[in-house]
Design a protein around this ligand. Structure first.
Ligand code: SF4
Ligand code: SF4
Length: 295
């Protein structure tokens, strides 16, 4: 496979150069995440907001939050030094769409200064329907939505609360609102031709037997790929206090086989990257490109 940055417009080419959508591409093409989005509008019970969003990254050292201008300058600097860079994404450290102004300002700046990279967005999906036009107008071709349940009764064991339009929802009502928005947003994006990946966190004893139904549903709505990732319990999170555990590798692989056996394309090479990850998957070079070094 040739190296160089993403410049094609066809769907197959876009998939083939995105290291998360295509396992083969992750050996050749690099991605960078720009950590410009600190706030979140929901509370997942496995998350502690002192750490990066667990839906698209592992808890660890909190990413340095950049302003949109700093982030754009960082993208320019990294693109000049990392010729394998094909994707610039925003994945946190909170929810990018709970920080929509910062997120879209960053994408606009990156689009104009580094036009030959693909833009990628990860979100919990709560406010996706409000931003369909922004996503389309900016040419964001890859969106990841984390959908852990399609049944509000199961979702109420995963989400403590959801904050929307000035109202805080809890319990089943919160899960119902979030799930309805996620599924509507996924369907609408797929209808607009955006390539959607669905992430689901495998939570033993909560959604393990439910995830095949999630996989079938998101496939029917047009998702291109399903990424089932193992639960990471953040220190200090409600799940830590409840004593919840991560799935064993064989539990994860068995579930991936079941979901894949129903015809869905399954991602098996996710590295649960940080919200400021840079480089090939599994080779995080964010320490080489800190803001101070780029400046
Ligand atoms: Fe944490 Fe991400 Fe869930 Fe928000 S969406 S609570 S940042 S894991
Ligand atoms: Fe790709 Fe997984 Fe890293 Fe997201 S967290 S950039 S899906 S490898």
């Amino acid at each position: 496979m040739e190296s160089g940055r993403c410049g094609g417009t066809g769907e197959l080419e876009e998939i083939s150069r995105h290291p998360c959508y295509n396992e083969e591409a992750h050996r050749y093409f690099a991605r960078m995440h720009l950590p410009v989005a600190p706030a979140c509008n929901i509370q997942c019970r496995y998350c502690n907001r002192k750490f990066d969003c667990v839906n698209e990254s592992r808890p660890g050292v909190v990413s340095e939050v950049l302003t949109p201008e700093q982030a754009a300058q960082k993208a320019v600097g990294v693109a000049a030094q990392l010729m394998q860079l094909s994707v610039v994404g925003i994945a946190g450290p909170g929810d990018p769409l709970a920080n929509a102004d910062r997120t879209f300002e960053t994408f606009r700046k990156v689009r104009s200064r580094v036009p030959d990279v693909s833009l990628c967005l990860s979100t919990n999906g709560l406010t996706l329907m409000e931003h369909l036009d922004d996503i389309e107008e900016l040419g964001i071709r890859h969106v990841t939505i984390t959908i852990n349940a399609i049944d509000p009764d199961i979702g109420s064991d995963i989400y403590s609360w959801v904050y929307d339009s000035g109202i805080r929802y809890e319990g089943r009502e919160a899960a119902e609102l979030l799930i309805s928005r996620q599924l509507a947003g996924l369907k609408a994006l797929c209808e607009r031709g955006v390539l959607c990946k669905v992430n689901s966190v495998l939570i033993p004893g909560v959604n393990d037997t439910h995830l095949p139904a999630v996989s079938r549903t998101v496939k029917s709505l047009g998702a291109a790929i399903h990424n089932v990732t193992p639960l990471i319990v953040a220190p200090g999170s409600p799940y830590e206090q409840e004593g919840r555990r991560a799935p064993r590798p064989k539990e994860l692989h068995a579930l991936q086989e079941i979901c894949g056996g129903e015809g869905m394309k399954i991602m098996r090479h996710c590295r649960q990257c940080r919200a400021d990850a840079i480089g090939l998957l599994g080779q995080d070079r964010s320490a080489d490109f800190t803001w101070e070094k780029i400046e």
